[in-house]
Design a protein around this ligand. Structure first.
Ligand SMILES: [Zn+2]
Length: 279
């Protein structure tokens, strides 16, 4: 699929698909799985699985080359396919060395994966050798507690986040505030405690890279359908609803890494109902 770059004022955004994944509503949101399949089954495959994407975003802003989230990475892990962000970057004509900033919307496994790679001898290195890593302090504080690092399900933190510690390459942020003259963090807690969206406000144009504030367009109809792995499903529902409404109100470009690739479009209101119009 050809790479599609959108321009937002003085900013360029190119979606880079790490990998598609299949989502099973029975695992993803078990409380709503029956209705999910009944009402939206036409979007599922014959096994009742829905396609989600794991898309990262190459952003060029204020002279910097920025990567928003780093996908699953290339390790072999149970229940996850290995990602191919390295190939997508090559297609986009950008090398790992050229990334100035890596921005993490949050620290889940499918957003930090390419921070590090291991060679055949098991030697680990940071995949983006010249990048600084922008991380929200509340997110770091939540996930990097010793007892959380010790959980088997959090091996990705040990592999992909902890190696950044003491490198002098982390820039911590406080949940809101400007990253540069075009990009602004928008605190969007609920999926995780320090989760942020990235707002792009440039030369009168607007967009929002939503991180995991929403995983699937069915949430336009059901903002309260929070995934099982949201740390605060009540808060995440409020956050999601507000982001949808904000996007519908001013027509900002909607950029959603887990919606089917490239996941970019606009939220519009038709007869009072929120509807996604892909670009
Ligand atoms: Zn995610």
């Amino acid at each position: 699929m050809p790479l599609k770059t959108v321009t937002v004022g003085n900013v360029q955004v190119t979606p880079l698909l790490d990998t598609p994944v299949l989502m099973n509503p029975q695992h993803f949101m078990p409380q709503h799985a029956d209705q999910f399949l009944t009402d939206y089954g036409h979007m599922a495959d014959s096994r009742g699985l829905f396609t989600m994407s794991i898309t990262t975003f190459l952003v060029r802003s204020a002279g910097k080359t920025i990567l928003i989230d780093t996908g699953l990475g290339n390790r072999r892990r149970p229940n996850f396919p290995p990602g191919r962000l390295d190939e997508r970057m090559a297609e986009a004509g950008v090398s790992p060395e050229e990334i100035d900033l890596v921005v993490h919307t949050h620290l889940h496994i499918d957003h930090v994966g390419w921070n590090t790679v291991d060679d055949e001898a098991g030697i680990r290195r940071i995949f983006f050798p010249n990048a600084q890593f922008c991380i929200q302090q509340p997110e770091w504080d939540y996930w990097m507690q010793p007892e959380r690092l010790a959980e088997p399900g959090n091996a990705h933190l040990v592999e992909c986040v902890e190696p950044l510690k003491d490198t002098g390459r982390i820039r911590f942020f406080g949940g809101e505030g400007a990253l540069d003259e075009n990009l602004t963090f928008i605190a969007t807690p609920g999926h995780t405690p320090g989760h942020v969206a990235v707002g792009i406000f440039s030369a009168g144009d607007k967009a929002v890279i939503i991180g995991d504030a929403s995983h699937h367009p069915v949430q336009l109809d059901h903002p309260d359908w929070s995934p099982a792995f949201d740390t605060d499903p009540v808060q995440s529902a409020k956050t999601r609803d507000r982001l949808f409404d904000d996007a519908a109100a001013d027509g900002r470009t909607w950029i959603a890494g887990h919606w089917e690739y490239p996941g970019m479009g606009r939220i519009v209101r038709i007869d009072g109902k929120r509807v996604f119009r892909a670009l």
